[in-house]
Write a protein that binds this ligand. Structure first.
Ligand code: SAM
Length: 227
């Protein structure tokens, strides 16, 4: 494992994927409504949502399929999706409009400084990170977003009783997650066996999950409660 204090993780490579005209249109027209502008101060959730409700952050939502489906299913909660890949942001913007979803806002930036600088301590009901890039090569392990320093940061942002939910189809990353989570005494594993949980019925299947299953990978869900 890498330096446990490490927070300056570079967990992504910015692919300059071409935007479709529909994604570009969504970014131009819908971003002003759903987007969270970059800034340095803690967000006031009331500035973005017209009601008070538990706030869940989803990190690395990809094309946002899971985000809008969870928001539709759990309509008593507010969601903030964070993703660096612009075409994915455009895709989610389109879905939010198409499905009339009001309880999602989007940040298009690196989730690590976003959580540190924009999310106030103990203000979240949960953080969800599904199928984060596994960075399989050993020399790239330091790029995995699940690291002791980042998990310790999440522990400061999730309120007592809140849930950190991780899922992966890459067994070595699942092992790494278990190991990292053990470094943070603020989280309690919800698995009776101290490892994996059944996939909760409310977690939608994602694009990367389907890809993993096609490759014959087993999917692991890890659920932790903030003490
Ligand atoms: C393997 S994909 C999984 C996408 C989606 N969750 C799914 O299951 O289909 C990982 C995603 O995380 C995003 N990502 C990685 N590191 C990130 C970071 N630090 N901040 C925001 N997004 C990040 C990548 O751009 C990518 O879209």
């Amino acid at each position: 494992m890498t330096d446990p204090t490490r927070r300056n993780i570079r967990s992504f490579v910015l692919r300059k994927g071409r935007l479709t005209s529909a994604q570009q249109f969504a970014l131009d027209e819908l971003w002003p409504y759903y987007g969270i502008k970059k800034g340095q101060t803690f967000l006031k959730f009331d500035d973005y949502f017209d009601r008070q409700a538990d706030v869940i952050v989803e990190i690395g939502f990809g094309n946002g399929e899971s985000t809008w489906q969870m928001a539709q299913h759990e309509d008593d909660k507010n969601f903030i999706g964070v993703e660096v890949h612009e075409p994915g942001v455009g895709q989610l913007l389109m879905a939010l409009e198409e499905h009339n979803i009001e309880n999602v806002r989007i940040a298009c930036e690196d989730a690590v400084p976003f959580i540190e600088q924009r999310i106030a301590p103990a203000s979240l009901a949960g953080v969800r990170i599904y199928f984060a890039d596994p960075w399989p090569k050993k020399r790239h392990h330091k790029r995995r977003i699940i690291q002791p320093g980042f998990v310790a940061l999440l522990a400061t942002r999730i309120a007592a009783g809140g849930i950190l939910h991780l899922a992966t189809d890459w067994q070595p990353y699942a092992d790494h997650m278990l190991e990292v989570m053990q470094t943070c005494p603020d989280f309690e594993n919800l698995s009776a066996d101290g490892d994996y949980c059944e996939r909760p019925e409310w977690r939608p299947s994602t694009k990367y999950e389907e890809r993993g299953k096609r490759l014959g990978h087993e999917v692991r869900d890890l659920l932790y409660r903030r003490k």
